[in-house]
Write a protein that binds this ligand. Structure first.
Ligand SMILES: Cc1cc2nc3c(=O)[nH]c(=O)nc-3n(C[C@H](O)[C@H](O)[C@H](O)COP(=O)(O)OP(=O)(O)OC[C@H]3O[C@@H](n4cnc5c(N)ncnc54)[C@H](O)[C@@H]3O)c2cc1C
Length: 285
């Protein structure tokens, strides 16, 4: 439980962080809240030569509205995101999701950027990110770039973050004003992480026809996914309990569902259907 020896450097800007990463030539690791990295260090699952502390970079703490999107700086903690007025007003499913992460200490230290960059398959945040068409904003030695969630997280703890780069912010689409949203989670009794988490943003038109449906699921496999098969079954249908129940049967179609000591694949597939149905009903009725 004692990490290997490492150096520590604190940086005050994104450029400085990139320079440090370059100088350390693969030996440097960024640290934000430390809530995922420190356990890995203690188990010696990662042994960087130096930690580059980005936690005081002011430019990573902004939250702003840009046209039809909300841009949330990577260093905002879960607590700050949950209580941010702009987030609560425009993308409430994000606030509802981060409120359910860990406990108060975790929410006070853990950051939204660290959560996405760590790519834990059991993290809550990716479900909300998927239903809000999140774009991951990155600054690296070749300038700025943006990736969507599907291209950014490619496996458990594996992302496409380029070498010597900083995840600077995540930008989320503001859903149409007539939609509602929910995040429904079944927590693992020991860890509190989701065994399943389902995020939904959906709405009906003036004729009670479903005209907007985004559904995403986290926790059940190696990566979170958009349940597009469910969305397709819902869109254009008149809202009814039967339509929701039938569409929810497709909730596991788009994911690779895992099997582990806590729950079998069959059990998780069933959770996908049950929790999707519950989340859709919570939003649409
Ligand atoms: C007891 C406990 C319970 C938890 N429960 C939950 C839960 O229920 N649900 C859940 O979703 N999460 C949970 N978490 C994780 C927590 O939500 C944090 O968000 C998560 O640990 C990562 O954020 P961090 O700022 O601490 O990142 P760190 O630990 O500092 O970093 C994690 C990784 O991301 C990299 N990184 C960090 N910031 C950046 C950046 N800006 N750019 C590029 N790379 C970066 C680091 O190099 C490192 O590899 C829990 C953690 C603990 C300790």
């Amino acid at each position: 439980m004692i990490p290997s020896k490492f150096d520590y450097v604190r940086v005050n800007s994104i450029d400085e962080a990139i320079q440090q990463l370059q100088q350390l030539n693969g030996e440097g690791k960024l640290i934000a809240g430390g809530h995922s990295l420190v356990p890995l260090l203690k188990f010696r699952l990662t042994e960087p030569g130096a930690l580059i502390d980005i936690s005081r970079i002011a430019e990573l703490k902004e939250v702003r509205k840009e046209g039809n999107r909300i841009v949330v700086g990577a260093l905002n903690t879960h607590f700050q995101v949950a209580n941010n007025q702009i987030v609560k007003e425009h993308i409430p499913v994000l606030a509802e999701t981060v409120r359910q992460i860990g406990d108060i200490q975790v929410r006070n230290r853990g950051t939204i950027g660290g959560n996405i960059a760590h790519a834990d398959p059991a993290a809550d945040l990716p479900a909300a990110a998927h239903v809000l068409d999140a774009k991951i904003m990155i600054q690296g030695e070749d300038g700025a770039e943006t990736m969507d969630m599907e291209s950014f997280v490619i496996g458990p703890l594996i992302t496409m973050l380029p070498e010597n780069s900083v995840l600077t912010a995540i930008s989320f689409t503001i859903p149409p004003s007539h939609t509602k949203s929910a995040y429904l989670k079944f927590s693992h009794p020991a860890s509190g992480y989701p065994v399943i988490g389902v995020a939904v943003v959906a709405g009906v038109d003036e004729n009670n026809m479903i005209d907007y449906a985004k559904v995403a699921i986290t926790g059940v496999g190696d990566v979170a996914y958009r349940a597009t098969a469910v969305e397709e079954k819902l869109l254009g249908q008149e809202l009814s309990e039967t339509v929701i129940k039938e569409a929810s049967q497709y909730a596991a179609e788009d994911g690779e569902i895992a099997n582990d000591l806590f729950s079998s694949e069959e059990y998780r597939r069933n959770l996908c259907k049950v929790y999707t149905e519950r989340a859709l009903k919570a939003v649409l009725f």
